[in-house]
Design a binder for this molecule. Structure first.
Ligand SMILES: NC(=O)c1ccc[n+]([C@@H]2O[C@H](COP(=O)([O-])OP(=O)(O)OC[C@H]3O[C@@H](n4cnc5c(N)ncnc54)[C@H](OP(=O)(O)O)[C@@H]3O)[C@@H](O)[C@H]2O)c1
Length: 316
């Protein structure tokens, strides 16, 4: 099969496109013919790292996590999936497990979901990591109807889902993005748009119940100025927000700092799928590459300025 994979643990030797032996599914695994994969920052971060220290690390290491495709061989004794089912999900990226950037993927049934009716392979592949992270951040920030919410990095992978999910919850959304993406932010449903490089942001204080920082690198002085008393801030770059740090910050500032992370919970997938079926959430896909051009897709995503999701397609 054709794949995009690391042949060395060294960070200087990033992934290459080439041919690997077809994988053989174990008794409890699905064999999936992959049709689309989306690129997430974690994929290029891993690609650019020395990975030999990761427990169970093995070569060749196929990179990529989000996938959508068709079940070719179901897992023994598993009744959830049969051959021919359209499925999507996120393959685990660590512990020697194969990633999704290959024509064939073997993975456990718990990493897969049926693709809902009306959802394309590309749309399905764009959802797991980014949309589940956005949902988690909104929950951690307790965003509900009427919440005054700032979403920073509002038109990237996580941000563009966060805007749509927050609007579906009835929040009042201010989107922060580069000037070139203002129109897209409005199209996604934002009530107001601010350029993150403009003066507007500097002149605001105490305006927001919550800040979902999809970019993840806002300065603390800006966070504390922009948040109302008892407001919450979530970043995807705090992998964990230790309770004692959160508590100390809360004690002195009455502001709550937290992390947002992808959680592969069935009820979270259900919520995303429901929003999709109600037409309240639609992945924005503008940049599509073939597997052969995966290196270009990674280089493009790595610039950190994608609009919506970057897709690698393996469909005929
Ligand atoms: N912990 C987790 O489970 C988890 C899950 C998913 C993602 N993440 C992390 O979350 C981050 C975002 O992921 P993503 O998929 O949304 O990335 P992405 O698709 O590359 O989007 C990055 C966004 O950041 C914006 N941005 C760039 N410079 C900025 C600045 N100076 N101020 C404000 N925004 C700026 C870009 O907006 P413009 O194009 O308008 O400049 C773009 O919308 C990554 O670091 C990723 O690793 C973590």
């Amino acid at each position: 099969m054709k794949a995009y994979y690391k042949a060395s643990f060294k960070k200087s030797e990033t992934s290459r496109y080439g041919v690997l032996l077809d994988p053989v599914a174990g008794a409890n695994q699905l064999l999936i013919e992959v049709k689309a994969v989306s690129v997430n920052p974690v994929d290029y971060k891993l690609n650019n790292m020395d990975t030999g220290f990761i427990p169970g690390a093995r070569l060749p290491k196929i990179v990529g996590s989000d996938f959508a495709g068709i079940v070719r061989i179901p897992a023994e004794g598993d009744t959830a999936f049969k051959a021919g089912d359209r499925v999507y999900g996120a393959a685990p990226i660590f512990f020697g497990k194969p990633g999704s950037l290959a024509e064939l993927l073997v993975t456990a049934p718990e990493n897969a979901r049926h693709i809902p009716d009306g959802m394309s392979f590309q749309e399905a592949a764009s959802l797991p990591v980014a949309a589940l992270t956005a949902l988690n951040g909104l929950r951690r920030c307790k965003v509900t109807a009427g919440s005054n919410l700032l979403i920073n990095g509002a038109t990237g992978g996580v941000g563009h889902f966060a805007v749509q999910i927050a609007k579906a919850k009835g929040a009042v959304v201010t989107a922060s993005c580069s000037e070139k993406n203002s129109k897209l932010a409005m199209k996604l449903g934002a009530d107001k748009v601010m350029g993150y490089r403009c003066e507007d942001m500097a002149n605001i204080s105490g305006a927001f119940d919550a800040i979902l920082d999809a970019w993840g690198q806002m300065k603390f002085k800006d966070i504390f100025r922009l948040l109302k008393k008892e407001g919450s801030y979530a970043s995807p770059l705090f992998l964990i927000a230790p309770a004692f740090v959160t508590n100390i910050v809360w004690l002195f500032s009455r502001k709550y700092l937290t992390s947002m992370n992808m959680r592969k919970r069935a009820e979270d997938y259900d919520e995303i799928e429901k929003l999709f079926s109600e037409k309240k959430l639609k992945p924005f896909i503008e940049n599509i590459f073939t597997l052969e051009k995966a290196a270009e897709a990674f280089a493009f995503a790595e610039k950190g300025r994608p609009r919506g999701k970057v897709i690698i397609t393996l469909a005929d």
